[in-house]
Structures are given as C-alpha cells and as structure tokens.
Design a protein around this ligand. Structure first.
Ligand code: ADP
Ligand code: MG
Length: 676
C-alpha cells in the first residue's frame, strides 16, 4: 500500500461497518437470502432475518434475490454531495461496466457530461486501472505458480474470513479501482478526493483509499434529484489517462482478455469461476489440493455487469439481460479501441506502471467451528432426523444439508423451525391433536348441556317436592286420626288404609325427587364398601335365570360414604339390570379402588339402551317400562346421590345386536374422602 494514501484521507474510515440491512417489516422469512448468502451471514432469530456485519462480505446476493425488497444497502449519496460542495477536488472514477447500466444513454460522452454536471472536478474511467492491473497479473501468471487472483472485494473478503489459510496464495495486486485511485492522485494531486461509481456494494468497504463508493443506482438517483438529463448536458470525453482493453474487464473472463493471454494458457492453466456456487466450489477444490498448478480467478457475480448496484429491471430476474449487457460492453470496448490513441495509451501505461500496485491481505477468521458429533445429533433429533434416511437435505432451510443446518443452529445462526418437512410434520400432529381436543370439547359441551338440563329439572322438582311434602304429611296425619276415631268395624277403614298407602307412595316419590335435586343431605361415615356391595346384592330379589357375580378388586375397603344412600344406588342399578334381562342373563358387580377413589361397576348382558335414550336416562320420570311398572326415578335418584358424594356416573351400552353383544355398564366413581 502506498504510504501517502492512508486511512486519514478517508472520511468514511471507522464509519459503521454495516453495508447491507434488512427491513424487518418487509421480510417474509422465506430463507432465500440464507440460501444465497455464501458467507452464511444471515441469522434467523425470532422469525426474522438479520445480517451479521462481521460475517457479511457485502456481495449483495441477498439484495438481488429478495423478491420483497427487504434487503437494502448503505447509500453514500449524502457524503458524496458534501464532498462535491466542499473546496476539495473531487474525482469520479467510473467502473467499466457503465455501458451495461446506461443503455438508455446512447452516447457515453453524454453520461460523462452528466456526471460532470453533478459537480465532479474530473471524471475518469477505471478501465485504465484495469489495464495496469492486467499487466501485473500477467507477470504473476508467467511465474506459473498455483495462485488465486481476484479483483472482486467480496471474494477477497470471503477468503480473508472463511479461507484465511489461503490468503498466502493470493496474488497481491490491488483492484483496478484502487490502482485508478493511485493514478488519479498522482495526476490530480494527492489531496484529491476519490469517488468510485460502479455496480458493486463491496467496493464501499474495500479500501480506505477511496473516499466514497456509490452504485450506478445511486448515481441515477443523484441525476434525478439534480434533474440532470442527457440532452441538457455538454457531451465530453473522460479525463485522462484513458483506458484501453480494460473496457472489457467487467465480463467474467474480462481480466484475462484484458491481459491478452493466449487461449491455451487460458484453457490449460487458468480456471475462471464466477457466481456464488462456482467460486465456492473452486475454493473448496483448491483447498483440497485438487487444483495443483492452476491459477484460479474468482468473481462473486458472474461478471461485474451483474453486480447488485446495477438497476434492477422491473418484472425480470436480477440476472436477466446478461447477454445484452455483455454485448454492450463488447461494443463499447470495440468503439474505444477503434479510436484509441495507442501511442498515448502505451506511454501512459509505461509511466504509471511504476506505481506500486501491491497490496496485502488480513486474516479475519470467521469460520464456524464444528460442534462435536453428539451436539449435532441432539439438534438433528430436535428436527426429527433420527437416521440418515431422515436427512432429506432438501435445502428449504437455506442450508445445503440437514447437518449444516444443525451446525448453524448450534452456532446461533439458524432456528430449528426453519426445517420445513419437520414443521409440516409438526403441523400435522397439531391438527390431529386439535381434532382430538375438538372431539373432547364437543363431548364436554354435550355433558354440560345435559347437566344444565338436569340442574333445571332439579330446581323444578325440588320446588314441587317441597310444596307437596307438607300437604302429603297433612293427608297422612288426618287419615290416621280418622282411622283411630272410627270404630274398628267401620267399612271406611279399608278406604282410609288405601289413602294412607297411596299418600305414602307419593311421599316416596317426593323423597326421590328431593334426592335427585340434591336437596337432601348425605350422612357419610366410615364405610366398608365390600360389606356395602354384599348387603346391596342381598337386598334384591334375583329371579331364576339370572346370576349375579361379584368381583372384588379392592385393596382398601374403607371409604367415607352414606351407607343407606349408596345401598339405594347399588340396589337401583341391580334392579334395572334385572329388568333389562327378562329372559335371564348375567350381572356382574365389580368394586375396585385407587388411593383416592372407589369404583363400582354394574354390568349386564341385557337389552341395552337405545342410542336416542342415552341422554334422557337421568331425567326424572323417563322410563321405557309400562305404566305402573317404572317410575323413571331410579336413575335420577342415583345421579343425585352420586353428585352429593362429589362423584361421577357414566354409562356404556349397546342395544344393537349387529354391533356386538348387547348390554349395559354403569360406572360410578366416588372420592374416598369426600370433603364436605
Ligand atoms: P325405571 O327403572 O323406573 O324405568 P330408571 O330411572 O331406573 O327408571 O331407568 C330409566 C330407564 O333407563 C329405564 O326405563 C330403562 O329404559 C333404562 N335403563 C336403566 N338401566 C338399564 C339397563 N341396565 N339396561 C337397559 N335399560 C336400562
Ligand atoms: Mg329403575
């Protein structure tokens, strides 16, 4: 590096590192930028893509591929305008790719005029720098050494960051831009300010010898802001020294063509790799030692004419018009060569060849350390990759393989949610779980609706029962008084007996209703459930043809229950079961327990309950039995008693022979120690 031109001349020195940014509101997290970023400098965190400045090589790939326009680069229009407005001498150095950008300006001299009219003191072309650099490279090539060359700042930055061991192979020649900066400072004074205008973002950070670098896009913006149009300016030639063959530099083999090396040297010794995947492959092969004796020349874009600082064409892919652009460069170069004062050019080359065009490289190692196999395996498990078969390596996450994705996760660059197949699988599981919850919800809703209905019934029955209780008491009492007062042989005794009997029956019904409405109290005491079950079984009359079997699976028989009421529950269930088996059958009563609960199960293989009756069972007075046979109060009373014990009752039944054996099971679960 030349001593005279140091960082102190650069107003940008030490300025913020960030060249590329994400506009978070626009980012739709499609991972395309992650995939296209050769440096893996884009971190997905909290569902947002953000650029890590220390890893970014400013290649601008992410800007080119983002369809949402969520990636933008740092603009330097303001500092350039400030420079122009100052007393300093400001020199524009225009990259040789300009004919590819300004197809709309037919005569390049008008473009030069437009740039001048923005206020630049001189407008020069970088192609002269390219001519000088090409000569240096040619010397390098003639040594026949294995080497890497690149005039692309993104490539240099990539190697410094990710292949630091290869910096020793790099041809230590400055880029045409820096060469030109050194030339113009020699010609126009070393205090001159240099502004590069080109297709590239990485140029903004390439060298402290450039005061500012703007893209063609920014130049167009400046034209627009200052209302500079091609027709309104005086056409003029670039300021000397003029470039020659360097005009074809922006094409992918441009440097080599500028060198005028013969085709066989080219095909035999030099490998040119341009574009993201090509340059990555070339570097990998070079490092592995597969390119011994070769000189590799690398470019980040496929030629500078496809740089991210070129204006995008609306509705076309970023790389479109590449052939038209190439043709324009060649046409311009031919036009230049035809009128070039070759003597003057040769003289200039001879003179400026003496400038020191060497440079150095810095190791900026940012390689991602490889976690150990166990760590990788753990992350792979988290994204459902248990065996090599599960590694789809589909690349949707932005990484070439599942393993690379896992490594990025461990290094905090990626998230496991980025794995699309895994996310889809999880989504399916969620849907399944949601379905099950919906089903559960529906059945809970149904149960709720049912219990609301029963609660309503309960209120009504309680009201009626309460009102009836007193008159019934009066009827019974006065009937008994009348009976006592009547002589023993009075025939009305019989009628009074009937009144007392029927009033008694009414009182029982009313009592049942009160039970159902839970208006009665339970008197719990330490109860032996085995004894309770045995007592209940002995209280029902079992017709012949019906067997009752008892299964005792109790480990601790003691529970706090109302003995009388629970006897009523079990006898009612057994009676219903008997009545459901007019042709005989088998009933089982099973009792079991857990630490906190006791469970009673009464099963029969009788007629079963029709589906449409299932939700009416606990409704008072619902009966399928003939008049005088059923009251429809058995199950409502059971329901009331179970609820008073803070327990649950459920029914399973099948009445349809085509669906299997018919029969019914009532299950009652009671807490062992009901908290009153
Ligand atoms: P009831 O026995 O007086 O009819 P319940 O409240 O005890 O009143 O029963 C209501 C109805 O439930 C019965 O009429 C019957 O249709 C049905 N049921 C109850 N238990 C069974 C069972 N084990 N098998 C078949 N149906 C039953
Ligand atoms: Mg009954």
């Amino acid at each position: 590096m030349m001593d005279a031109i140091g960082p102190e001349l650069n107003p940008n020195a030490g300025q913020e590192k960030k060249l590329v940014f994400t506009i978070k509101e626009k980012c739709r997290v499609c991972f395309t930028c992650v995939r296209e970023c050769p440096a893996k400098a884009i971190r997905i965190a909290g569902g947002q893509a953000e650029i890590i400045p220390d890893r970014c090589i400013a290649c601008g790939n992410c800007i080119k591929v983002c369809s949402q326009g969520a990636k933008v680069f740092r603009k330097e229009i303001d500092p350039v305008r400030k420079l122009i407005a100052s007393d300093e001498k400001v020199i524009a150095c225009v990259a040789p790719s300009f004919p590819a950008e300004f197809a709309d300006i037919k005569d390049y001299k008008r473009l030069v005029g437009m740039i001048r009219s923005l206020g630049f003191d001189h407008v020069t072309e970088v192609s002269f720098g390219a001519d000088l650099v090409a000569r240096k490279y040619k010397d390098h090539l003639s040594l026949g050494r294995q080497a890497i060359s690149s005039d692309c700042p993104a490539i240099v930055s990539y190697i410094e960051h990710y292949y630091p061991d290869l910096t020793s192979y790099m041809a230590a020649v400055v880029s045409p831009m820096v060469a030109m900066a050194r030339v113009v400072r020699k010609v126009y004074g070393k205090e001159s300010k240099v502004v590069f205008i080109g297709p590239c973002l990485a140029k903004k950070a390439e060298s402290t010898e450039i005061d500012n670098a703007i893209t063609f896009r920014e130049l167009r913006e400046m034209f627009q802001e200052s209302r500079v149009s091609p027709t309104a300016v005086e056409p003029s030639e670039f300021d000397p020294p003029l470039g020659g063959r360097g005009a074809i530099f922006p094409l992918s083999h441009g440097l080599l063509n500028t060198m005028e090396v013969t085709e066989d040297i080219l095909s035999e010794k030099v490998i040119v790799a341009g574009g993201r995947s090509n340059f990555l492959d070339a570097l990998r092969e070079f490092e592995q030692g597969n390119l011994k004796g070769h000189h590799i020349h690398l470019l980040c874009c496929e030629g500078c004419i496809l740089g991210p600082g070129m204006s995008p064409y609306p509705n076309t892919a970023a790389s479109s018009l590449r052939f038209a652009k190439k043709a324009r460069i060649i046409a311009y170069a031919n036009q230049k060569m035809a009128v070039l004062d070759k003597e003057e050019w040769a003289k200039n080359l001879g003179e400026f060849e003496k400038i020191d065009l060497s440079r150095s490289f810095t190791r900026k190692d940012m390689r991602i350390s490889r976690p150990n196999a166990e760590e990788i395996k753990e992350v792979l498990y988290r994204i459902g990759k248990y065996s090599p078969d599960d590694h789809l390596n589909c690349g949707t996450c932005g990484y070439d393989s599942c393993e690379e994705h896992a490594i990025a996760v461990i290094n905090g660059l990626a998230e496991t949610e980025m794995c699309l197949p895994y996310t889809i699988e999880r989504l399916h599981t969620y849907i399944r779980e949601l379905d099950t919850s919906n089903e559960k919800l529906a059945s809970v809703q149904e149960a709720l609706r049912h219990s609301e209905k029963l609660a309503g019934m309960g209120q009504l029955s309680a009201g009626i029962a309460h009102e009836l209780n007193n008159p019934l008491g009066v009827i019974t009492m006065y009937s008994n008084i009348l009976k006592e007062e009547l002589p023993a042989d009075n025939p009305m005794h019989k009628d009074l007996d009937l009144i007392v009997e029927q009033a008694d029956r009414c009182r029982k019904i009313v009592g049942g209703l009160l039970n159902f409405a839970r208006k009665n109290q339970v008197n719990v005491s330490d109860t032996d459930v085995i004894q309770l079950a045995e007592h209940s079984m002995s209280s029902v009359i079992v017709p012949s043809g019906i067997d009752i079997r008892f299964f005792n699976k109790i480990s601790d028989p003691m529970a706090m229950l109302d003995y009388d009421q629970m006897t009523q529950v079990l006898t009612n269930l057994l009676k219903n079961a008997i009545e459901a088996m007019p042709n005989g059958g088998e009933i089982t009563l099973q009792i079991s327990d857990t630490e906190e609960q006791v469970v009673f199960k009464v099963t029969d293989n009788g007629s079963g309950i029709e589906k449409e009756n299932m939700d009416k069972l606990f409704t008072p007075f619902f009966t399928t039995k003939g008049i005088g046979k059923g009251t429809g109060l058995g199950l409502p009373i059971i329901y009331g008693i179970v609820k008073m014990h803070k327990g649950e009752i459920s029914v399973q039944s099948n009445a349809n022979l085509t669906k299997g054996p018919t029969g019914t099971t009532f299950t009652i679960t009671l807490p062992r120690n009901r908290m009153l």
